[in-house]
Design a binder for this molecule. Structure first.
Ligand SMILES: Nc1ncnc2c1ncn2[C@@H]1O[C@H](COP(=O)(O)OP(=O)(O)O)[C@@H](O)[C@H]1O
Ligand SMILES: [Mg+2]
Length: 409
C-alpha cells in the first residue's frame, strides 16, 4: 500500500472512530438500545394494525379477515378455540369476536385475566378489594332435580380444594361441616326447595364468621385456625361476600342483550380461578334451567389456563361441561390458550372452529401434532394476527390474517 493510501485508510478509520464516540456520548443509553434493536435483521417488520370495523357482518356471519367467515349460529357447534404464543394476536381476536357478536345481538360475558379485553358494548366490572360487586360461591342452583345446598356444598369443597392445595381430609371434613351449619343457619334446606330462593343467602364471609365462632368457643381448635389461615386470601379480598355482578348470568330469553366484561386482572391467581369457575358454573346452570334453545349467549375466555383446575380433563371442570353441553342450551364458548396441552380433551374435541396463531418455537412440534398440521405451516405465521383456521367438517386449514385490510398486502 502506498503512503497516501495508508493515510487515507487511517483518515477514514479515525473519522469512523470519532463518529462512534460522538454517537455514544450524545445518544442516551435507552435510545441507543432502541436504535440498535430496530436494525435487527432477524425481526419481521411491524405491520400496521388491522381495522376491524371494516370487516363485514353478512347474514349473521362474521368476516374474520380476507374473505373467511365464521358463523355464530350456522356451524354444528358454536365453540371456537384459539391457540397461539404470547403476542400472536389472541386477545385482539377475542375482542374482535366479542364486538361482532355484540353487534349481532348476542349476550357476551368476557373473562379477562390480563386487563386488556374491554370492548365497546360490554360493561366492565373489575373485581378487586375495592370493587362494588363480587360473586357468591354459595348461591344454590334452583334446579329441583339437581340443585339445592347439598350439591353446592360439594362444588364449593372441590373448588376450595383446587385453589388452596394441599387440603387434607380433616380440613375438608371441617369445611364441609361449617358449610352445612351455615346453610342451616340461613334456613336453606335440601328437602325444601322453597327455601333455596331465600332473599338473603349465605356467602363466603359467613364461613369466616363460622370459623371465628368455633375458634372463640375453643381457642385450642387448631384445625379451625389452620383452615381460617388457609382461606384468608379468599376472605380478605371479600369478592365472595359482595353482591353478585349484575347481568352476569344472561339467564334466559328475556335477558338484556348486552355484554359484560369481567376484569379479574387485579386478583391473585387462586381467586381468579375461584371467581371465574363460580361464574362459569352459574352461567351454565342458568342456561340449563332455561332449557333447550338456539345459541344466544357466548362466554369468551382469554388465557383459559387461569380458570382450569389441575385435573383439566375432569368432566366437572366448567369449561368441559360448557364445551360438551353448552350448545344444547344456547351457550357458546370462545377460549384462547398459549399451550394446547393446557386444555382438556373434551374442549378440544367439541370445538368446531379452531384457530392457530403463531406459536413459540418450542411449541411448534406439539401444536402441529395435535392439529395434524405441517410444522412449516406454523412456522409461516410470522406476524401478530397471522393464523390458520379449520372448521371441523373439513381437513383443510385456511390461511387467514385476522382483521382487514392489511396495508402492505
Ligand atoms: N390481527 C392483527 N393485525 C395486526 N396487528 C395485530 C393483530 N393482532 C394483534 N396485533 C398486534 O399485536 C399485539 C399483540 O396482540 P395480542 O392480541 O395482545 O396478543 P396475545 O394476546 O396473543 O398475547 C397487539 O398489541 C397488536 O398491536
Ligand atoms: Mg393476550
Amino acid at each position: 500500500m502506498t503512503g497516501e493510501g495508508a493515510n487515507a485508510t487511517l483518515g477514514v478509520f479515525l473519522f469512523l472512530l470519532c463518529a462512534a464516540i460522538f454517537f455514544i456520548l450524545t445518544t442516551p443509553l435507552n435510545r441507543r438500545k432502541k436504535l440498535v434493536a430496530s436494525f435487527d435483521p432477524g425481526k419481521p417488520p411491524a405491520r400496521p394494525a388491522a381495522k376491524t370495523e371494516q370487516l363485514k357482518i353478512e347474514k349473521g356471519q362474521v368476516e374474520l379477515g380476507s374473505g373467511v367467515y365464521w358463523s355464530p349460529l350456522g356451524h354444528p357447534n358454536p365453540h371456537v378455540l384459539i391457540v397461539g404464543g404470547s403476542g400472536s394476536g389472541k386477545s385482539w381476536t377475542i375482542r374482535l369476536l366479542a364486538e361482532k357478536l355484540l353487534a349481532l345481538g348476542f349476550h357476551c360475558v368476557l373473562f379477562d385475566f390480563h386487563g386488556d379485553l374491554a370492548v365497546k358494548g360490554a360493561a366492565t366490572h373489575r373485581m378487586a378489594l375495592d370493587s362494588k360487586y363480587g360473586v357468591n360461591q354459595l348461591a344454590v342452583s334452583f334446579d329441583r332435580t339437581g340443585g339445592g345446598p347439598d350439591p353446592q356444598r360439594f362444588e364449593v369443597l372441590e373448588q376450595l380444594r383446587n385453589a388452596f392445595k394441599p387440603m387434607g381430609v380433616l380440613q375438608l371434613a371441617l369445611l364441609d361441616d361449617c358449610l352445612k351449619a351455615i346453610y342451616r343457619k340461613f334456613g336453606v334446606y335440601q328437602e325444601d326447595p322453597r327455601t333455596w330462593r331465600q332473599p338473603v343467602l349465605p356467602h363466603l364471609g359467613d364461613l369466616e364468621k363460622e370459623l371465628e365462632a368455633r375458634i372463640r368457643r375453643d381457642p385450642k381448635d387448631l384445625r379451625a385456625r389452620g383452615l381460617r389461615t388457609k382461606l384468608s386470601l379468599a376472605f380478605d379480598f371479600q369478592i365472595f361476600s359482595k353482591p353478585q355482578v349484575p347481568d352476569s348470568l344472561g339467564a334466559n330469553g328475556s335477558h338484556p342483550r348486552k355484554g359484560l366484561h369481567v376484569d379479574l386482572s387485579k386478583l391473585p391467581p387462586q381467586l381468579q380461578y375461584l371467581a371465574a369457575d363460580t361464574l362459569l358454573k352459574q352461567i351454565f346452570r342458568q342456561r340449563q334451567l332455561a332449557g333447550i334453545q338456539p345459541t344466544s349467549s357466548y362466554v369468551l375466555i382469554d388465557e383459559s389456563k387461569l380458570c382450569t383446575p389441575a385435573k383439566k380433563d375432569s368432566p366437572l371442570a366448567a369449561l368441559n361441561r360448557i364445551a360438551t353441553e353448552g350448545r344444547k342450551f344456547g351457550l357458546g364458548l370462545i377460549v384462547s390458550t398459549q399451550f394446547i396441552g393446557h386444555l382438556g380433551r373434551d374442549l378440544v374435541v367439541n370445538t368446531f372452529t379452531k384457530i392457530v396463531m403463531g406459536t413459540d418455537k418450542t411449541e411448534i412440534a406439539a401444536t402441529a401434532r395435535k392439529f395434524r398440521l405441517e410444522e412449516s405451516m406454523l412456522q409461516s405465521l410470522q406476524h401478530p394476527g397471522d393464523a390458520l383456521i379449520n372448521f371441523a367438517d373439513s381437513t383443510e386449514w385456511k390461511e387467514l390474517h385476522v382483521g382487514f385490510p392489511i396495508a402492505d398486502e
